[in-house]
Design a protein around this ligand. Structure first.
Ligand code: ATP
Ligand code: MG
Length: 332
């Protein structure tokens, strides 16, 4: 079986609709075809300041949500990044292979540091894409399910894997991004020109999966739409309505063409009412499944312990090979 690997940050507590449609749905699908490794990336979370108690609670909450979304510990390996020390170890090696200029070209860093104020951004935020390289290469992943915003980091991963392989001999699998075009970028409901994001969206533009369903319905109904009245997919001229069509289509399985036909002659309001209902139908059981996992922390922790053990077996083997190729003296 080919390998898949991806990670998600536990930063905001609730995952949002962009995380779910752009990434988590693909995690669930790839369990069927791949030897899949999924992790909650707490090491990445501390690139921004975190309250210790919140970080701990949000890490559990992230794992609970992944299980609620359909990850099955019988069919994939689910773990917490900091439980597998090899990530930080190979991360250092990758730091030493990356050019400063190369790292400086990462647009996620430019965006996030600009938002924070350049002198408050940490070196960790600057190098986090390089840790991500290690995350992927440790598992010899063939496929990396992510949203569009992560494409550049997977490209960096490919470059560094090739660099290591050509300098030290073939060691790492060269991964490919697994990006589903239609849902690769879900937009903020209040500003459909920017991506929906844990850290950057306005509260009204961000659909959190764990929000009260009433709040979610309200956010959908007050989504910014475009001038005109026609319900038609047109990302350039009608970004607001196109975003809603994408969300609706993916959640319900109806094609965009069918939706355009269904709403012919009807206003934006009709679409929003129906989409709000579909969202409520989706988040209501999702919320209760998440709560069930949280209510049983022993089961959750043992799933994560087992996941970490399986992940470590793979990661340790890859790291040992990389260390050997680099020329580190083995410990006796
Ligand atoms: P932050 O803004 O703090 O980076 P985030 O909202 O991007 O948070 P992450 O944990 O960084 O969340 O991303 C988890 C996964 O969700 C990644 O694969 C990312 O590409 C994907 N993703 C995030 N936002 C969207 C979006 N709006 N549309 C599609 N995929 C997304
Ligand atoms: Mg992100």
């Amino acid at each position: 079986r080919p390998r898949a690997l991806s990670g998600i940050q536990p930063t905001a507590g609730s995952f949002h609709l962009g995380n779910y449609l752009g990434a988590i749905r693909q995690y669930v699908a790839l369990q069927e075809t791949h030897d899949a490794f999924y992790m909650v990336v707490d090491l990445h979370a501390i690139t921004m300041p975190q309250e210790p108690a919140d970080l701990r609670a949000n890490t559990r909450l992230a794992a609970a949500q992944l299980l609620a979304a359909g990850l099955d510990p019988q069919r994939c390996t689910l773990f917490i990044q900091s439980h597998v020390p090899e990530h930080a170890q190979l991360g250092w090696v990758m730091n030493c292979l990356t050019g400063f200029g190369e790292a400086s070209r990462m647009t996620q860093f430019k965006d996030k540091s600009a938002k924070q104020g350049a002198d408050r951004a940490t070196v960790g935020l600057f190098t986090y894409p390089i840790l991500q390289v290690a995350d992927i290469l440790l598992y010899q992943a063939d496929s990396v399910p992510v949203g569009e915003d992560q494409r550049q980091h997977v490209e960096l991963t490919r470059d560094l894997a090739e660099r290591f392989n050509s300098r030290f001999g073939s060691t790492f699998t060269i991964p490919k991004p697994h990006i589903v075009k239609e849902v690769a970028k879900i937009y903020d409901l209040q500003d459909p020109t920017v991506k929906m994001s844990k850290s950057a969206s306005t509260p009204k533009g961000l659909v959190n999966l764990l929000d009260d369903p009433k709040v979610t319905a309200k956010k959908i109904k007050s989504a910014v739409t475009d001038t005109g009245t026609e319900i038609r997919f047109d990302a350039a001229d009608k970004p607001g309505i196109s975003n809603l069509l994408t969300i609706y289509s993916t959640l319900t399985g109806a094609s965009i063409a069918d939706l355009e036909k269904k709403y012919e002659g009807k206003g934006y309001g009709a679409l929003k009412v129906d989409l709000a209902e579909a969202m409520v139908d989706f988040v209501t059981p999702f919320r209760s499944r998440t709560q069930e996992y949280l209510d049983d922390p022993e089961t959750l922790d043992s799933i994560l312990a087992e996941g970490a053990e399986k992940a470590r077996t793979v990661a340790a083997e890859t790291l040992a090979q990389a260390y050997d190729r680099i020329g580190f003296l083995p410990a006796k």
